[in-house]
Design a protein. Structure first.
Length: 105
Protein backbone atom coordinates (compact mmCIF):
# COMPACT_ATOMS: atom_id res chain seq x y z
CA UNK A 1 0.00 0.00 0.00
CA UNK A 2 1.42 3.33 -1.05
CA UNK A 3 -0.92 6.18 -0.35
CA UNK A 4 -0.86 9.92 0.24
CA UNK A 5 -3.64 11.02 2.61
CA UNK A 6 -4.83 14.61 2.60
CA UNK A 7 -6.16 15.80 5.94
CA UNK A 8 -7.97 18.85 4.56
CA UNK A 9 -11.66 18.40 3.82
CA UNK A 10 -14.30 21.10 3.40
CA UNK A 11 -16.89 19.40 5.63
CA UNK A 12 -15.01 16.91 7.80
CA UNK A 13 -12.79 18.05 10.66
CA UNK A 14 -9.16 16.92 10.87
CA UNK A 15 -9.57 14.53 13.87
CA UNK A 16 -12.24 12.55 11.99
CA UNK A 17 -10.05 12.38 8.87
CA UNK A 18 -7.15 11.13 11.00
CA UNK A 19 -9.42 8.44 12.45
CA UNK A 20 -10.37 7.32 8.94
CA UNK A 21 -6.68 7.17 7.95
CA UNK A 22 -5.90 4.98 10.97
CA UNK A 23 -8.91 2.78 10.18
CA UNK A 24 -7.78 2.32 6.59
CA UNK A 25 -4.29 1.32 7.75
CA UNK A 26 -5.70 -1.23 10.23
CA UNK A 27 -8.07 -2.59 7.58
CA UNK A 28 -5.21 -3.06 5.12
CA UNK A 29 -3.09 -4.87 7.72
CA UNK A 30 -5.97 -7.19 8.61
CA UNK A 31 -6.55 -7.98 4.93
CA UNK A 32 -2.88 -8.74 4.30
CA UNK A 33 -2.58 -10.93 7.40
CA UNK A 34 -5.52 -13.03 6.24
CA UNK A 35 -3.91 -13.90 2.89
CA UNK A 36 -2.38 -17.38 2.77
CA UNK A 37 1.31 -17.61 3.62
CA UNK A 38 3.74 -18.94 1.02
CA UNK A 39 5.22 -22.36 1.77
CA UNK A 40 7.96 -22.23 4.36
CA UNK A 41 6.86 -18.90 5.85
CA UNK A 42 5.77 -18.61 9.48
CA UNK A 43 4.10 -15.20 9.59
CA UNK A 44 3.65 -11.87 7.81
CA UNK A 45 6.02 -9.02 8.55
CA UNK A 46 5.56 -5.46 7.30
CA UNK A 47 8.07 -2.85 6.17
CA UNK A 48 6.59 0.58 6.90
CA UNK A 49 7.47 4.11 5.84
CA UNK A 50 5.71 7.30 6.85
CA UNK A 51 6.24 10.99 6.22
CA UNK A 52 4.73 14.15 4.81
CA UNK A 53 5.63 13.05 1.27
CA UNK A 54 7.21 10.10 -0.49
CA UNK A 55 10.60 11.86 -0.54
CA UNK A 56 10.61 12.61 3.19
CA UNK A 57 9.22 9.24 4.33
CA UNK A 58 11.29 7.39 6.92
CA UNK A 59 11.28 3.76 7.99
CA UNK A 60 9.27 3.00 11.13
CA UNK A 61 8.39 -0.16 12.98
CA UNK A 62 4.84 -1.43 12.57
CA UNK A 63 4.11 -0.97 16.28
CA UNK A 64 4.87 2.77 16.08
CA UNK A 65 3.09 3.44 12.77
CA UNK A 66 -0.10 4.88 14.26
CA UNK A 67 1.88 6.92 16.79
CA UNK A 68 3.81 8.40 13.86
CA UNK A 69 0.51 9.44 12.27
CA UNK A 70 -0.36 11.31 15.48
CA UNK A 71 3.10 12.91 15.55
CA UNK A 72 2.67 14.23 12.00
CA UNK A 73 -0.76 15.65 12.88
CA UNK A 74 0.74 17.42 15.91
CA UNK A 75 3.30 19.03 13.59
CA UNK A 76 0.33 20.46 11.63
CA UNK A 77 1.14 18.41 8.55
CA UNK A 78 -1.78 18.42 6.11
CA UNK A 79 -0.60 15.39 4.12
CA UNK A 80 0.54 11.98 5.30
CA UNK A 81 2.33 9.49 3.07
CA UNK A 82 2.11 5.85 4.19
CA UNK A 83 3.87 2.91 2.56
CA UNK A 84 3.32 -0.62 3.88
CA UNK A 85 4.96 -3.58 2.17
CA UNK A 86 4.08 -7.11 3.34
CA UNK A 87 6.91 -9.61 3.69
CA UNK A 88 6.66 -13.33 4.46
CA UNK A 89 9.00 -14.16 7.35
CA UNK A 90 10.66 -17.56 7.51
CA UNK A 91 11.90 -18.66 10.90
CA UNK A 92 14.66 -21.23 10.96
CA UNK A 93 13.97 -24.27 13.08
CA UNK A 94 16.23 -24.35 16.13
CA UNK A 95 18.70 -27.20 16.19
CA UNK A 96 17.85 -29.85 18.77
CA UNK A 97 19.96 -29.75 21.89
CA UNK A 98 21.69 -33.01 22.67
CA UNK A 99 21.53 -34.07 26.29
CA UNK A 100 24.82 -34.03 28.12
CA UNK A 101 25.97 -37.50 29.07
CA UNK A 102 26.42 -37.97 32.77
CA UNK A 103 30.01 -38.43 33.80
CA UNK A 104 30.92 -41.17 36.22
CA UNK A 105 33.06 -40.02 39.08
Amino acid sequence: MKKLFKLEHPKIKVPRVVDSVKHEIKKYLKKERSTPLPTGARYWGFNCKIGESEETATDVHLSSLLKSVDALVEKNSMTIYVEITPEAIEVAEPEPIEPIAEQEV
